[in-house]
Ligand binder design. Structure first.
Ligand SMILES: NC(=O)c1ccc[n+]([C@@H]2O[C@H](COP(=O)([O-])OP(=O)(O)OC[C@H]3O[C@@H](n4cnc5c(N)ncnc54)[C@H](OP(=O)(O)O)[C@@H]3O)[C@@H](O)[C@H]2O)c1
Length: 352
């Protein structure tokens, strides 16, 4: 491999297996940085991209996946010098244009939406943060819109910390990557009680993240969610973040949502909720921050992310390290839907 090419995991067509091959190393344009990835994380969307060609129409084949990266800046584009320099350790969320995806050695990122990796985090831990955090943050704090967020005041803004003290919130799927960040952000926002659902063995993981009350969804199915919640609080439940968004969790959440409340879902609603009655609001979260509506919101929270990680206000997910660097990713993507309470990580420099 010459210095102008890099190892990358390509997808040649919809449903085709990942192929470890080489492609050119891009150069950063104005406002961009080139990052040499050390650790990258896997997300369910990688499976949707590989199996169903999700989002690929916009960028074409051969396609690349990978939304989360942590690594070192190796080159800065015009207008960036001073803010970031070669050698800075950063974490960032990608998007899926070929030069911007993370399942390769080098990725371009926008300088305004990268964060310094604080000393207390490894590259592997840092790579667990970007997409999960932004999905939680967009859903809770982006301006209200059916494809936006709940419009709450973020904890990084003046008056945001603790603002919602005494108000209950529910997170469906607190052991998921997104659910973990939703729990942590709700805690910073002051919500209480913070109730979550997960498997029993993940109860402590959820409580460390901020859950005050835990429901094992195997022992207490979603059909009995109203009864489970009523044993915890009788206050109106005006905020539910459904990090799973299956038909079952979505309907159960909508049914217990208080009048005027907001339900955030992370997948395209697959069932119709019965009319948006009593001022109930449904928000379908789409956490793309490097394109479209949330670019400014993303730039804003990226100013605060490193500090929140350094202070321990936001903690990374637990990790499972895949073997073989990029070569280990296809197996991880296959196992993706059966993992529990961990984020799958590949060390790019371990790629053969
Ligand atoms: N809209 C967007 O922009 C966006 C962005 C990122 C992710 N997403 C979507 O958000 C979802 C979560 O992503 P993720 O990366 O957080 O997933 P993940 O970490 O892979 O989620 C795995 C966890 O889901 C939990 N889970 C599964 N079924 C559950 C249920 N019925 N009730 C409660 N928990 C359940 C499991 O918890 P236990 O092991 O405790 O059972 C497991 O630990 C995915 O569908 C993903 O595609 C959307």
């Amino acid at each position: 491999m010459s210095l102008s090419t890099q190892k990358a995991l390509l997808l040649r067509s919809k449903g085709a297996p990942f192929e470890l091959t080489t492609r050119p190393i891009p150069s950063p344009g104005p406002g961009q940085v080139l990052i040499k990835n050390v650790a990258v994380a896997l997300n369910p969307v990688d499976k949707y991209i590989q199996k169903f060609g999700f989002i690929v129409d916009a960028y074409g084949y051969p396609a690349l996946a990978g939304s989360d990266g942590a690594g070192d800046i190796v080159e800065v584009g015009e207008g960036v010098s001073g803010r970031w320099v070669a050698g800075d350790k950063v974490l960032y969320q990608s998007f899926w244009a070929q030069d911007r995806a993370t399942f390769q050695e080098y990725t371009l990122a926008d300088a305004v939406r990268i964060a310094k990796i604080p000393e207390n985090l490894t590259y592997e831990q840092a790579a667990t943060v970007p997409l999960g955090f932004s999905t939680a943050a967009v859903g809770l704090y982006a301006p209200f819109a059916p494809r936006g967020g709940a419009g709450l005041t973020p904890p990084w803004e003046e008056g945001g910390r603790g603002k919602y003290a005494g108000k209950p919130a529910l997170v469906i799927g607190g052991a998921s990557s997104v659910g973990q960040f939703a729990l942590q952000l709700l805690k910073l926002s002051g919500f209480s009680p913070i109730i979550t659902t997960a498997s029993a063995h993940n109860a402590d993981y959820c409580k460390i993240a901020g859950a005050t009350h835990f429901i094992d969804y195997h022992a207490r199915p979603y059909a009995s969610l109203a009864a489970s919640i009523s044993q915890i609080t009788t206050e109106p439940l005006e905020l539910i973040y459904d990090a799973i968004s299956s038909p079952e969790t979505m309907v159960a959440s909508w049914n217990i949502l208080a009048p005027g409340g907001t339900l955030g879902v992370v997948l395209q609603p697959s069932v119709a909720v019965p009319g948006e009655s009593d001022g109930k609001r449904l928000v379908w979260i789409f956490a793309v921050i490097n394109d479209g509506d949330h670019m400014q919101f993303g730039a804003e929270f990226y100013k605060h992310l490193s500090g929140m990680l350094e202070m321990g206000d936001i903690k990374p997910n637990r990790i499972e390290l895949l073997k073989g660097g990029l070569e280990g990713i296809p197996d991880g993507v296959e196992r993706m839907l059966s993992i529990s309470g961990v984020k799958l990580i590949a060390r790019v420099d371990e790629t053969p």
